[in-house]
Design a protein around this ligand. Structure first.
Ligand code: NAD
Length: 538
């Protein structure tokens, strides 16, 4: 594996922060950071450090929100929402299109901050920018298709006119994780805004600055200043207070936290979407192009250092191509460039934190102690960055090892050989997750048919994860314990609306008329129902 030295030196000039932080050492202007953190609703007087996994020192100290601050954020959001919902849909969509251009124009600034906060490779940070742009454009261009009121068939032709309206839920609470600081913080909220809602967001504490820069860009794109409120603090307290006030919750994070949030939402009888964890399988079928599959496997397993909900952690390879595939996969992995820096040439960046490093190390050590073989990788590399861990391929993983069924959320994959496709599908469907899968084969028809048998919310044929993730018209989310509801596509925006049906009855009531008895009315109604069925009416 080739190496990169850790980043040093500023990305822009700025005055030093004499108090707590290495803000200036990261090339961030102190007033720039202050302008971002001012957006947090906070009167508590408390702050928490956001520490960079690249340099290992605090980027900034971020104000924290109390439960009272969360309540205040909802008051402000509710005030703003009423006016926003009355704004014409075309104006709301136009703001999204301006955001599309803005994030592309200012991608360097966004990417720099994402890299400082998360330690990821620059190319992975760029994909966040691209995903925000894709999401903004898709919903702006399809706004009318999803949100316009529409006529539906009434009970009786001519006599009953029925229409369905899409009413915003009100204020949507968004709780997001740290692994994709920009896109996870923003993308669930864009359709919520378009549908006429306001948002109160609680980004993960480790990546607050990126989330705040995204919110600043929303305002620059023309969204009303108060429409997106930000609160900060520990998940159980601040997240809990947010769920207690929201009209709907969009949560992304672990299955354990998702379960807690689902219970809280059930108590309040509000809806929620839950985008949770996975233990995602990839199948390399016997007719796969092994070099294409190996290239895809590198991206499927090691993008974002494996800290990606849809990344592959279980790789099932057909007997016939196993050895050739493994050779190609291992040698591509060994050629990867690792490090923690802003360099475009990095193939894989750092893990975000000591906690992530501990989990990854524990999973690998446990597997090795119980007899798994490390084909490549397996070591922490503090010489490249505080939390850099080598891309790791394991063979001989068995059910007694922690990494067999539990999500590692790091750059570690287990290889398994299979003999028949039925067996491969059965093993892919093992466990309780069902988020994402991929299938490699030269026969794409067969690939799609295998895909349909895998119990995952998204399946990619001859691609790692990007084909489904980047196809914004296609819903994305998990089956089984990987989630509830979907982001993207029609489902991704309709979740933020209530369907309201208005039906108008004309000429005759839905009741006996002209002194008709109930029995005679039932006879007439029965004849009408038979006729409507004959006519093919829905
Ligand atoms: P996490 O559940 O610990 O935290 C996620 C968010 O929830 C954070 O903002 C956190 O502060 C908040 N939180 C924590 N406890 C809370 C509580 N009791 N009440 C309310 N909010 C609370 O998850 P994580 O470790 O930050 O993220 C990694 C997990 O997220 C992985 O399992 C990964 O697979 C999953 N993930 C899923 C998707 C998806 O689209 N399905 C995307 C990204 C990440």
């Amino acid at each position: 594996m080739s190496e990169q030295t850790p980043a040093s030196g500023p990305i822009t000039d700025g005055p030093a922060d004499p108090e707590h932080d290495s803000t200036a050492a990261y090339g961030l202007d102190r007033s720039y950071v202050a302008a971002l953190t001012r957006r947090i609703v906070s009167t508590s007087g408390e702050t928490a450090a956001v520490t960079s996994p690249v340099g290992g020192t605090p980027l900034a100290h971020v104000p924290q929100s109390s439960a009272a601050d969360v309540a205040e954020a909802f008051t402000r959001a509710r005030r703003a929402q009423a006016a926003w919902a009355a704004t014409p849909l075309d104006e709301r969509a136009a703001a999204l299109l301006r955001l599309h251009d803005l994030v592309l124009d200012r991608q360097e600034e966004l990417i720099d901050l994402v890299v400082w906060e998360s330690g990821k490779a620059r190319k992975d940070a760029y994909l966040e920018v691209a995903h925000v742009a894709l999401t903004a454009r898709y919903y702006a261009r399809t706004a009318h298709r999803h949100l316009d009121s529409r006529r539906v068939a009434g009970m009786f032709p001519v006599l009953t006119r029925a229409e369905v309206h899409r009413v915003p839920k009100g204020v949507v609470g968004i709780i997001s994780p740290w692994n994709y600081p920009l896109t996870m913080a923003l993308c669930d909220g864009l359709p919520a805004l378009l549908a006429g809602n306001a948002v109160v967001a609680k980004p993960d504490a480790q990546v607050m600055l990126t989330a705040l820069l995204g919110v600043q860009m929303l305002e620059e794109a023309g969204f009303p200043p108060e429409i997106w409120q930000v609160v900060a603090g520990p998940g159980p307290e601040v997240g809990g207070a947010l769920v207690a006030e929201a009209d709907y919750v969009a949560f992304t994070g672990s299955t354990a936290t998702g379960r807690l949030i689902a219970r809280q939402c059930a108590d309040r009888l509000i809806g929620c979407s839950l985008e949770l964890g996975g233990k995602n399988p990839m199948l390399v079928l016997r007719d796969a192009d092994v070099h294409r599959a190996a290239e895809g496997a590198v991206r499927a397993v090691f993008s974002n250092a494996g800290q990606l909900c849809v990344s592959t952690e279980r790789l099932f390879v057909a007997d016939q191509v196993y050895d050739r595939f493994v050779d190609a996969f291992v040698s591509r992995t060994q050629a990867m460039t690792l490090g923690a820096s802003h360099d475009w040439s990095l193939d894989m960046g750092s893990l975000i934190s000591q906690a992530q490093l501990d989990t990854v190390t524990r999973h690998v050590e446990d597997a090795v102690a119980k007899g798994a073989r490390v084909l490549t990788g397996g070591r922490h590399r503090p010489d490249l960055g505080p939390f850099v861990f080598e891309p790791t391929i394991l063979e001989g993983v068995s059910a007694d090892m922690e990494c067999f069924g539990a999500e590692t959320f790091g750059p570690v994959v287990s290889l398994y050989r299979f003999h028949s496709e039925d067996e491969a599908v059965e093993r892919a469907n093992d466990g309780f997750y069902g988020l994402n899968a991929s299938v490699y084969t030269r026969d794409t028809t067969r690939g799609r048919s295998v895909a349909r048998r895998i119990r995952c919310g998204t399946v990619n044929v001859n691609e790692a994860y990007g084909a489904t993730f980047g196809s914004l018209a296609a819903p994305m989310g998990g089956m089984r314990e990987s989630g509830l509801g979907r982001r993207q596509g029609a489902e991704g925006i309709l979740r933020y609306t209530e369907a309201q049906s208005v039906a108008t009855q004309r000429l005759v009531p839905i009741a006996p008329v002209l002194g008709m008895s109930e029995e005679a009315n039932a006879t007439v109604l029965t004849a009408s129902l038979r006729l409507l069925n004959k006519l093919g009416r829905a």
